[in-house]
Design a protein around this ligand. Sequence first.
Ligand code: NAD
Length: 373
Amino acid sequence: MRIGIPAETLAGEARVAATPETVKKLIAQGHTVVVQADAGLRADAPDADYIAVGATIGSREEAFAAEMVLKVRPPTTEEIGLMKPGTVLVGMLDPFNADGLQAMTAAGLTAFALEAAPRTSRAQSMDVLSSQANIGGYKAVILAANIYQRFMPMLMTAAGTVKAARVVVLGAGVAGLQAIATAKRLGAVIEASDVRPAVKEQVESLGAKFIDVPFETDEERDIAQGVGGYARPMPASWMQRQSALVAERVKQANVVISTALIPGRRAPVLITEDMVRSMKPGSVIIDMAAAQGGNCPLTEAGKIVVKHGVTLVGETNLPALVAADASALYARNVLDFLKLVFDKEKGFVVNREDDIVASCLMCRDGQLLRKTA
Ligand code: NAD
């Protein structure tokens, strides 16, 4: 197949969907690859590295004219217009954006949204949410440490003792657990909260304290188990008790990293304005849920703002700030997914019996096929 790798155009998006490493493997499998000029530049993958593994460098139009297009971000209307009906598109295509899916369907694309893959062991090597959230969690702590005007570790020096930073992590999924691990490496004292009781052990094994919000009814306990590993909105009674406990912990914190998300919904509000007001001046909040409305109502998506003496970071694309490694991991996820849609004899195949293929397939032949949970 002829595979195209366009440059991403969203502001601040520095990642690329295929690296010289994965392009080399695609070419070894018999594909031809055309990479848009400078597509990998911001991810430390210059054109020369793609040429060295056998790719050709082409225009934006040539990349989108390929039979299969690999992308990081959902295509813009203009990009959809550059693809012929029948083009196979693979990327993070935002499966919850109905208008976007409709546009791809109407254009006759065969589109695979990798974020929709099930969170199963077999899908792990193509789990783009995990590979990118892991990087986001790491970078969130590095950003916080950079903004915070004090040390993260405890230091005993001849000039006196410096206290360790207190870090609170809200939401201990992939990003939150990596944030805990990174903050621990920097010597911070960490506490974490999540609705899913299963994460308590993981939080503790990383050396953080779990903020335990007891369940008072079977209904609360049941909802907290989530669906497919994902959280569900918790009853108001539980949220109030969590809020009271989180408020106490946030008041003592120097850094808060919030990552709480519920797929397809607005992020839950966990840090109220009163909680921000209660924090010490110079504290830092990295709101990783900024793109989904934020875990704090004071967060401004895409901006760094100071309110009540606290710096709130609303960066919406932390993985793009680690573009080389984020691209390397993303490109390997894509390569692994492609193994499911290429057959040695038959070439490109769509096996809808395969749960990963079926979950990721958003549309084909003008038909919207997204499976909703
Ligand atoms: P996510 O990004 O959807 O959400 C982040 C975290 O926020 C989750 O841990 C969620 O429970 C938490 N959260 C939601 N509402 C909250 C609230 N009100 N208060 C506190 N926390 C709240 O999650 P994710 O990192 O994508 O992980 C989702 C699931 O997928 C997890 O169960 C994870 O273990 C699982 N997973 C499985 C695999 C695999 O088996 N292949 C790989 C990665 C992740």
